[in-house]
Design a protein. Structure first.
Length: 115
C-alpha cells in the first residue's frame, strides 16, 4: 500500500501549485480521499476531502475559494489545486485515504510560500 505525494515546492505569494497523490496497492475508488497539512509548531489540520466516487467535497475554512480537490479513480490519483497562495499556507501537505476499515497516509510534500 502506498500513497505518494508530489508537486510541492517554493512559490511566491499569490502563486499556484497543484499537488498530486498517487495511490497503489488498494482499491482507491472505495476510499474517501483527504488532504491535510501541518505547519511547524501547529497541529495537523484538514485541508479538503472528496468522497470515493468524486463529486461531493469539503474544505477547511482557511482554504475555501482558493483550493480545489479532485480525483481521477482511473488513475488512482487525488489532486489539490492551490491558488492565491499565502505565506500561512506553508506546511507539509499529506494525502490520506480512508474507509470503514483502513486508514492510509502518505509521507507528505513540503509547500513553502515566500517571496
Amino acid at each position: 500500500v502506498r500513497l505518494v505525494e508530489s508537486g510541492g515546492g517554493l512559490v511566491q505569494p499569490g502563486g499556484s501549485l497543484r499537488l498530486s497523490c498517487a495511490a497503489s496497492g488498494f482499491t482507491f475508488s472505495r476510499f474517501v480521499a483527504r488532504w491535510y497539512r501541518q505547519a511547524p509548531g501547529k497541529e495537523r489540520e484538514l485541508v479538503a476531502d472528496i468522497i470515493s466516487a468524486g463529486g461531493r467535497t469539503n474544505y477547511g475554512d482557511s482554504v475555501k475559494g482558493r483550493f480545489t480537490i479532485s480525483r481521477d479513480n482511473a488513475k488512482n490519483t487525488v489532486y489539490l489545486q492551490m491558488n492565491s497562495l499565502k505565506p500561512e499556507d506553508t506546511a507539509v501537505y499529506y494525502c490520506n485515504a480512508q474507509n470503514s476499515y483502513y486508514d492510509y497516509w502518505g509521507r507528505g510534500t513540503q509547500v513553502t510560500v515566500s517571496s
